[in-house]
Design a protein around this ligand. Structure first.
Ligand code: HEC
Length: 243
């Protein structure tokens, strides 16, 4: 028995669906190719997260697990980070019992190296306000004096007020500030704060020395030095400049 020719042909709907399926199969490679060669603001679909994206709470985000809804938690009271016990009160706080220390701690060797370091650090951190000689005439108060913000009085370190602080308190002021002066503990490490204290002490001393106490050859050297060619008030630039 021979089947009629018509019945041996593949039905049209099958051919149609094969073409259709093949057309749809082209879509994924096209999408992949697009994803590889284009940029997007949304993150790509990540099938395996590996460790690229972790489940975590970001800084300042909310977390309803805690009653106060904050994801960021404070350390348990009394927690001390490794290496930050700072048990040596004299060295780390400048205190001696209930009083300010009046001497340098034993770890700090006051020598020319320390003073040089202190001078350098003083130049970086203190001169903007206190000025190079510590008289409270740095660029910041000079600027505030001519601005609309009102004058900002920076203490002359060699004034009675400036001289009144014991060594330990000077150390503490550098780290924690005083009245309108901010603290610099996050910028200046403890050993550098001591170096600055030593330099401030030397600066104060140098400004109260009796001329008779200066050694002869040092006096000669000072006298032979050229006087700075500046205006009467000691500033080389006119305040109008760079306002
Ligand atoms: C941003 C400006 C600024 C900087 C920088 C600054 N100070 Fe001060 N400092 C002040 C002001 C303002 C005062 C006066 C505070 C007040 O009102 O008593 C002051 C006061 C002081 C005093 C206390 C004198 C007093 O008034 O009894 C000492 C000591 C001192 N500064 C040392 C330093 C040292 C050392 C540095 C560098 C590490 C430094 N300061 C950096 C602004 C500054």
């Amino acid at each position: 028995m021979t089947l009629p020719i018509k019945d041996t042909q593949v039905p049209g709907w099958i051919i149609g669906s094969i073409i259709l399926v093949n057309m749809f199969l082209l879509i994924p490679p096209v999408l992949v190719a697009k994803a590889r060669y284009s940029t997007s603001r949304t993150p790509r679909i990540h099938v395996f997260l590996d460790m690229d994206q972790q489940q975590k709470f970001k800084t300042q985000s909310a977390n309803s697990f805690y009653r106060d809804n904050r994801a960021m938690r404070l350390p348990v009271p009394g927690t001390v980070a490794r290496g930050e016990l700072n048990a040596d009160k004299h060295y780390n706080w400048g205190t001696n019992g209930d009083d300010w220390a009046t001497t340098f701690p034993s770890q700090v060797k006051v020598n020319a190296d320390l003073l040089a370091r202190g001078e350098e650090r003083f130049g970086i951190y203190c001169t903007p306000c206190h000025g190079i000689s510590g008289h409270g005439d740095g660029l910041v108060p000079r600027r505030t004096a001519v601005s609309d913000y009102g004058a900002w009085l920076v203490t002359d370190l060699s004034s009675e007020k400036g001289l009144a602080h014991p060594i330990g308190e000077l150390f503490n002021i550098i780290g924690y500030g005083i009245n309108t002066m901010p603290g610099y503990r996050s910028q200046i490490p403890v050993e550098d704060r001591w170096a600055i204290v030593a330099y401030v002490k030397a600066l104060q001393f140098s400004q109260s020395v009796d001329v008779a106490e200066i050694p002869a050859e040092e006096k000669q050297r000072l006298e032979s030095m050229e006087k700075p060619s500046s205006s009467e008030d000691g500033s080389t630039a006119t305040p109008e400049e760079g306002r």
